[in-house]
Structure formats: structure tokens, C-alpha cells
Design a protein around this ligand. Structure first.
Ligand SMILES: NC(=O)c1ccc[n+]([C@@H]2O[C@H](COP(=O)([O-])OP(=O)(O)OC[C@H]3O[C@@H](n4cnc5c(N)ncnc54)[C@H](O)[C@@H]3O)[C@@H](O)[C@H]2O)c1
Length: 346
């Protein structure tokens, strides 16, 4: 059984890597879409849908008045979206990822917006001992500013869940795949860039560590599925969004082999272990058992898709800081202090 799909959806961070893949899917489902975003990467990623979406230039720490008016559901993706940016600007990270999530949920309840899906992260499992596959019942003990702020956001949403409010928490695995707002600071995408630019992939500590991974289009589909689900199936629930768990070494081999088919010779190098090693596995079972949802795009398919697109359209300027969140955010802070994540008002 499915509920009726929301007809008007607000997407926070809708111009980002994930948002710019999700928004066309929502339009396809017949929803009207409003996007609230700082547009740190501009509105270009939304070029195919401009004119069909409403853009609100705003900050989730200081929600523009009326942004929830006429909205049935919210997909909340805005904020600092990786460890390096969160460690670089810990206070901005806390305000954006933790406090703003709680305030947005309170504002939704006050405005009668019943459904909210939240882009949390599997990095929340990172502090748990390796060697096991964790599901949503695990006692998480996040390490670092980013995962800690996501945990607070999750807990705030669960506290506010009730008969009038149906938040759904999606713990997204590390994402791979093509988006109009491309990122090359995510492990598979980084390997692909290194294969094309350097012809070499570095395997730190041999690359034996495990990570849960998922394609960007599958994450977007998971949000759509949670917007469509009956409230009683998802209210206050946490779902991992995972295709599968992979060893970094395995991902490197998939990228190297695929790039070779496109005529690029790629060597694999051993490199020293970094100071912080992330090594954890997560289960995708609950989302499958509860909603029948399965992530379907394999890393191999996604790598082939990216290779095709990046080589057909002419390779992007891979070294451009816009493809690496920490490089781009520090650059924005340097050259345009008013755009820095520290400023709460644009
Ligand atoms: N990409 C991944 O591998 C991954 C994995 C797990 C979880 N997540 C989470 O999913 C969400 C989306 O990730 P993404 O990869 O699309 O990130 P992204 O950095 O590409 O996009 C974030 C978007 O939010 C906007 N934004 C940032 N701070 C804002 C603020 N204070 N107010 C309004 N807009 C703001 C940015 O301009 C950008 O458009 C994030 O919450 C991230 O933490 C991402």
C-alpha cells in the first residue's frame, strides 16, 4: 500500500550533488518543487529544470519567511556534507547540520508539513568496531564533527515524530555516480578522476578497509520511496541506504579495469595508512524488508556511466576546486567572505 505522493515538495540543498539528481525525479512524479539553497555551486546544476522549479536563495540556519507555505513534504539535504568541511568550520557545521535540522522540523510541525526525509549518513557507524555488519539498531558512537552533528539531527527528528509529523531518516552510504553537480571528493569518483588524470590509484594500507556504497540515483529513489510510503511504515524510522559493502581495493580494481576498457592505462600503488581509517559495513535489509526498496546501480555500472559521460562531453577541468567541497568552501571563504559558511545571512 502506498500513500498519495506529496504534490508540493521543498528540497533544502536541492542544487547539490544529490539534490540536482533528486529534483528532476520529483518533477517526474508530478510534484511542484521549491528549493532553498545557499547555491554555493550556483544554479547551473539545475539548468535542465530551471523554469520548472521555484528557487529560494536562503540559509537553513535562518529559514526565509514563508518557505514552508503550501508545502506538503520536505527533503532536507542542506548543510556541510563531509568530514573535512565539518572539521574546518565546526561551529557552522553544528548550526547547519544539527541545530538547523531541529528548527526545520519544529517549523514543519508548526506549519502542518507532515513528512520530512533527512539525508543523514552511514558515517555515523564509523566509531563501531570493524568486522561486523551493522544495522539501524546498533548503538552508534560517531567520531568527528560531521557524524556527531548528523546524530543530533536524527535524534531531534525522532523526538519530534508524532501523529502530526512523520520524519524519516536516511543514513546514506558514501555515494558514487554522475550528477550535474559533480563531486570528485567521494571515493569511487576520486578513483575515476585519478585514473583519468594520473593513471595511478593509491591504495592506502593496501585498501583492505570496508565501506558501504550507493549510487546517487538510488539515494534519490530512496527519498522518493520514503515520501511515497504510508506514514505508519516510516514515521520516525531510520533506514540505511546502501547498495553493498566494498573493500576500497575492490573499488580501485573496478575503476582501473573499466578505465582500461576506455583506453586509459591505470596502475595501482600501495600507500601508507592515513591517520584516520574508516572501516565499517552496514546492512541494507531494513529498507528492503519495510518498503521493498533495493538500490540497483552497481559501482561497475556507475563507473561505466561516468566514464561515458565524462569522456563524451569532453573531460571536465578535474583540478577545479569546485569538484572538492573542502577546496571550494575554503576558496569561497577566502574570496567572498559574505558567502562563507560562517555567515548565517546572505
Ligand atoms: N554525498 C555523499 O556521499 C553523502 C553521503 C551521506 C550523506 N550525505 C548527506 O546528503 C546531503 C546532500 O549531500 P550532497 O553530496 O548533495 O552535498 P553537496 O555539498 O553537494 O550539496 C549540499 C547543498 O546544500 C547547500 N547548502 C549548504 N549549506 C547550506 C545552508 N546552510 N543553507 C542552505 N543551503 C546550504 C549547498 O549550496 C549545496 O547545494 C548532505 O546533508 C550530506 O551530509 C551525503
Amino acid at each position: 500500500m502506498t500513500a498519495s505522493f506529496p504534490s508540493r515538495v521543498l528540497v533544502t540543498g536541492g542544487a547539490g550533488y544529490l539534490g540536482s539528481v533528486l529534483v528532476p525525479m520529483l518533477l517526474q512524479r508530478g510534484s511542484q518543487v521549491r528549493i532553498v539553497d545557499r547555491f554555493y555551486w550556483g544554479t547551473e546544476p539545475l539548468a535542465p529544470v530551471l523554469g520548472r522549479v521555484e528557487l529560494v536563495h536562503g540559509d537553513v540556519r535562518d529559514l526565509p519567511a514563508g518557505v514552508l507555505e503550501g508545502v506538503d513534504a520536505v527533503v532536507h539535504l542542506a548543510g556541510l556534507s563531509n568530514d573535512p568541511t565539518a572539521e574546518w568550520a565546526p561551529e557552522a557545521n553544528w548550526q547547519m547540520n544539527a541545530v538547523a535540522t531541529e528548527r526545520l522540523a519544529e517549523a514543519c510541525r508548526a506549519a502542518g508539513v507532515r513528512r520530512l526525509t533527512y539525508g543523514s549518513s552511514c558515517s555515523i557507524y564509523d566509531g563501531l568496531p570493524g568486522g561486523r555488519t551493522y544495522d539501524e539498531r546498533a548503538e552508534v558512537a560517531p567520531r568527528g564533527a560531521y557524524a556527531t552533528s548528523k546524530k543530533y539531527g536524527e535524534e531531534a527528528l525522532q523526538m519530534l515524530a508524532g501523529p502530526d509529523f512523520c520524519p524519516v531518516i536516511l543514513r546514506q552510504a558514501t555515494v558514487y555516480g554522475y550528477s550535474p553537480r559533480m563531486r570528485f571528493d567521494l571515493v569511487v569518483n576520486t578513483f575515476l578522476k585519478d585514473a583519468l588524470v594520473r593513471g595511478r590509484l593509491s591504495l592506502h594500507g593496501g585498501g583492505w578497509m570496508w565501506r558501504p556504497l550507493v549510487d546517487v540515483s538510488d539515494v534519490a529513489r530512496a527519498h522518493v520511496a520514503c515520501l511515497a510510503a504510508p506514514e505508519e511504515a516510516v514515521r520516525g524510522e531510520v533506514f540505511n541506504v546502501v547498495h553493498d559493502n566494498y573493500q576500497i581495493r575492490q573499488l580501485a580494481m573496478l575503476v582501473a579495469g573499466s578505465a582500461q576498457l576506455f583506453g586509459h592505462a591505470v596502475a595501482l600503488d600501495e600507500a601508507p595508512l592515513p591517520s584516520l581509517v574508516r572501516d565499517y559495513r552496514c546492512s541494507a535489509r531494513k529498507l528492503h524488508d519495510r518498503l521493498g526498496f533495493e538500490a540497483t546501480v552497481t559501482p561497475l555500472e556507475s563507473i561505466a556511466d561516468m566514464l561515458g559521460r565524462l569522456t563524451e562531453a569532453g573531460q571536465p577541468e578535474f583540478s577545479h576546486p569546485r569538484y572538492y567541497n573542502i577546496a571550494w568552501m575554503t576558496l569561497l571563504a577566502d574570496v567572498q567572505p559574505h558567502l562563507a559558511p560562517f555567515a548565517s545571512v546572505i
